[in-house]
Design a protein around this ligand. Structure first.
Ligand SMILES: [Zn+2]
Length: 129
């Protein structure tokens, strides 16, 4: 498989930069909303308390996903700086450009990603049993 051209890397970097800015913006927005709600909200009864907690839990899930994305982008930038961006961390083969267009932060080729997910599923089954 051909190695990425500088133009392809540049385009993928732009995709990641745009995503990075969006995630940071979303994290900031959620944090501000939660802070506002905490300051305003003096729950009148248990239903309000339950609703407030649900909202916070949802926001946590959103924030955690955003933070995971941000971390993925940061580590993709590090790989780019190291010249290993677009190279599978497991087998050392190039990652297909089409895959990177869909997942610019992908660190494994599709083959290794499948193996990784299968072994992860097996580990989870073993842990649950
Ligand atoms: Zn691989």
């Amino acid at each position: 498989m051909p190695i990425l051209t500088p133009e392809q890397i540049g385009y993928l970097s732009k995709l990641m930069d745009a995503r990075f800015d969006r995630e940071i913006e979303e994290i900031r927005a959620v944090r501000e909303r939660v802070r506002d709600e905490r300051e305003e909200a003096v729950p009148a009864d248990w239903l309000d308390v339950a609703l407030a907690e649900t909202t916070l839990a949802t926001d946590d899930a959103v924030i955690n996903q955003d933070l995971a994305d941000v971390r993925d982008i940061i580590s993709a930038r590090e790989r780019r700086a190291a010249g290993t961006y677009g190279i599978c961390t497991d087998c050392g083969d190039s990652i297909a450009y089409e895959r990177l267009l869909a997942y610019p932060t992908a660190k494994r080729c599709i083959h290794c990603q499948r193996l990784y997910e299968q072994s992860k599923a097996v580990r989870e089954i073993l842990r649950a049993s």
